[in-house]
Design a protein around this ligand. Structure first.
Ligand code: MLT
Length: 414
């Protein structure tokens, strides 16, 4: 009989979003007439922009003809997409990134988990708290932690608390760490990093030899022109940072699946005997062995994100979701709730009213307003007492949600 990877048994019962789904399904079964509005998981609702659909239709037609049919593509992504990414996402912002440093994949969730394959188990890891649960859980699965304590903090991880008291901006770790996850604009708090904040992290990594795992899946939601979209806008970052980007939220690809990870050739780690080792060839080896590339049709769709029409249509999509965020923010503030995020991010992070715990507020909102959000404590111990609402929904649902919030919470707070 084989032995299971016991590290999986250390994980808390369910991944956050399936657990929410389970509670919502149970509620809907008991209340079949309730019109539940889901502002929980950050899943897009609006259709793919027409420029993307056109490009994918053309690609489908190419697949139908012998002369233009494609089989396996390059595992790292087609040149047409890698070149477009470099041109528009990096060169246009003054970042020195080459096309062969871009690895196209089927999602940032996968990549932020998979990247751990290439790092030794003895590495120490720091992350923001609250945090996207995938960073924590994949480290637990890999065996880099002990057990969780009562608040769900795993032994061996360095948590960097982000609360209203520190403006959701974490301090540098007080003891040395090898890997640091940073997510900006932040999921779940909606906080952003200024150029100064990112410079502080890049300088820290340069001084200590740490590598930053920078998740920029929400960069398209940055509205403030002074804020950096990529960590590579910071001098020196290409020596110390890996960046994760996604088409899920800016272009509506959550179901279509396409993302990319940037691994500059200048990011170094060390071998067991202390020699310097570039990360790029190791990640290339991992990616080409365990992954067979994103489909041609989807990559043509992703390329169209960078066409003039695609750029405009994706910008409109992002604007639409940000308007939703503003509607939610104003609605919550009008009944006296403290609200964060939502300006440069599609998430609203709110302080639960009446000192409710995050899960109590989840149940309260579901039962009394038929609204689903995400309990802050599900993102980490420092998220307790907070709650996340996603702006990814139709306008009608967001407006209806605000009416229900005002009715219910206006009464609670009054
Ligand atoms: C979220 O709700 O945090 C995101 O949808 C999760 C994800 O993108 O995987």
């Amino acid at each position: 009989m084989p032995q299971i990877n016991d590290n999986y048994l250390k994980l808390k019962a369910g991944y956050l979003f399936p657990e929410i789904g389970r509670r919502v399904t149970a509620f809907c079964q008991e209340n079949p007439t309730a019109k539940v509005i889901r502002l929980g998981i950050g899943d897009v609702t609006e259709p793919l922009p027409p420029a993307i659909i056109d490009a994918m239709h053309k690609a489908v037609d190419e697949m139908a003809r012998r002369e233009t049919f494609r089989g396996y593509g390059p595992e790292q992504g087609y040149d047409f997409l890698r070149n477009a990414i470099v041109e528009h996402d990096f060169k246009a912002r003054g970042c020195d990134i080459a096309a062969d440093e871009v690895f196209v994949s089927d999602g940032s969730k996968c990549d932020t988990g998979n990247i751990l394959d290439i790092f030794g188990l003895k590495n120490t890891v720091a992350m923001q708290d609250p945090v996207y649960p995938v960073y924590v859980d994949t480290n637990v699965m890999a065996g880099r932690t002990g057990a969780a304590d009562a608040q769900g903090r795993y032994e061996g991880l360095t948590y960097l608390p982000c609360t209203a008291e520190n403006d959701f901006t974490p301090s540098l770790p007080t003891k040395p760490v090898d890997l640091i996850y940073l997510c900006y604009p932040n999921n779940p708090t909606g906080a952003v990093a200024t150029r100064e904040t990112l410079t502080k992290w890049v300088d820290y990594a340069k001084q200590t030899g740490a590598v930053i795992l920078f998740d920029a899946a929400y960069e398209a939601f940055i509205t403030d022109p002074s804020l950096p979209h990529s960590i590579y806008e910071i001098p020196g970052a290409r020596d110390v940072a890996i960046e994760f980007r996604s088409f899920s939220k800016n272009a509506g690809f959550t179901g279509t699946r396409c993302a990319f990870t940037v691994v500059p050739k200048t990011v170094m780690a060390k071998t067991a005997d202390g020699a310097q080792q570039a990360i790029h060839p190791i990640w290339n080896r991992r990616h080409t062995t365990k992954f067979n590339g994103v489909s041609y049709i989807v990559q043509r769709g992703a390329e169209a994100v960078y066409s003039p029409a695609g750029k405009q249509q994706c910008a409109d999509l992002v604007k639409f979701y940000l308007e939703n965020a503003q509607i939610l923010q104003h609605g919550l503030e009008s009944v006296g709730i403290s609200v964060y995020g939502g300006v440069n991010a599609p998430y609203i992070w709110l302080k639960t009213p009446d000192n409710k715990t995050s899960w109590d507020f989840f149940d309260y909102l579901l039962k009394n307003a038929h609204l689903v959000g995400t309990p802050g404590s599900g993102f980490g111990a420092s998220g307790e007492g907070y709650f996340r609402l996603s702006a990814f929904n139709s306008r009608a649902n967001v407006e209806e949600a605000v009416v229900r919030i005002k009715t219910l919470l206006g009464r609670l707070i009054a």
